[in-house]
Ligand binder design. Structure first.
Ligand code: SIN
Ligand code: FE
Length: 294
């Protein structure tokens, strides 16, 4: 489930064959594991390794580099400036690495949110089962329809006392889709329009978003599935990074503290093999176009 790559530097040139391997592995549902790629914090940033900076309601601090907007951060103005520098540096280094490593995607890849996750996962109580990321799921967000775009994420564990980030990885997407196909319900007529009009969603939900959200929710709701499905525990050590299509790979975060994350979106046209993507698999299974509006 992991494809290990020997990358030690965010700015290093990547040979073409390695770039090709990386894209193929990701699209096949592998996690790219970069055991020696760390994000170095500056001296003044070491203090930020504390949960005190995160708003208790949001738990992650997020940064939008396109609009220089920080969310979920509780601190004074001076600290805010240092925080922004740190988040922007992670965002930029991630963009450079991803554009080199996944150079096939470079023309169409979009950078989205950056996040810093300073709260210990183990023992945290989620406000609802839908928000409980210790349950296996594929990523799909109720307020943020991707309209078919892929969700690609890069994580770096910066834990200062060598605590790994512990994940579970579940079965391949095709199996998830087969398993939950019978439980998928069609959307209520007019609901996507209404959700957007009421600003509950930031864009129009397509059928794809609707079914992905159902997969996400139905996986998390099924405790028997959570226990019995074929799965594997993986530990991402402090000082390592990993890259994964979180809309495709069934995952759950079980323990760990202090991780940076950068999200990218990729329009389906940018993929090497669209048929392997969640959109391709679901369209094949449901035998219909899922990104037209409904
Ligand atoms: C998730 O995407 O479910 C959480 C991943 C993490 O924070 O390690
Ligand atoms: Fe997730």
């Amino acid at each position: 489930m992991l494809t290990t790559l020997d990358i030690i530097d965010w700015f290093q040139e990547i040979p073409n064959d390695l770039a090709q391997t990386a894209v193929q592995a990701l699209e096949s549902g592998q996690v790219l594991f970069l055991p020696n790629l760390n994000f170095a914090l500056k001296k003044e940033e070491q203090n930020f390794l504390s949960p005190q900076y995160a708003d208790t309601r949001t738990k992650n601090i997020s940064y939008d580099i396109n609009h220089h907007r920080l969310r979920g951060l509780v601190c004074d103005d001076e600290e805010r400036e240092y925080f922004e520098n740190m988040m922007a540096r992670f965002a930029k280094q991630s963009q450079i690495l991803i554009r080199h490593l996944l150079n096939h995607y470079a023309p169409s890849l979009l950078s989205a949110r950056t996040s810093f996750r300073p709260v210990e996962i183990a023992g945290r109580i989620a406000p609802s089962y839908r928000k409980d990321d210790t349950r296996l799921h594929v990523d799909a967000f109720p307020a943020n329809p991707t309209q078919g775009k892929r969700i690609l994420r890069l994580f770096t564990n910066v834990n200062p006392v060598s605590k790994p980030r512990v994940w579970r990885l579940g079965e391949p997407f095709e199996e998830v889709a087969k398993q939950f196909h019978p439980s998928l319900k069609r959307p209520v007529f007019g609901s996507a329009y209404l959700l957007q009009a009421l600003k509950i969603t930031k864009a129009r939900r397509t059928l794809y978003d609707h079914y992905m959200l159902q997969l996400h929710d139905n996986m998390k709701a099924d405790l028997d599935y959570q226990k019995t499905v074929a799965q594997q525990q993986v530990e991402f050590p402090a000082g390592s990074s990993w890259i994964v299509y979180t809309d495709q790979v069934s995952h759950a975060a079980m323990a760990g503290q202090f991780t940076f994350e950068q999200t990218f979106y990729l329009p389906p046209e940018g993929l090497l093999e669209p048929s392997k993507s969640p959109l391709g698999v679901l369209e094949g299974m449901l035998n219909k176009d899922l990104i037209s509006l409904f």
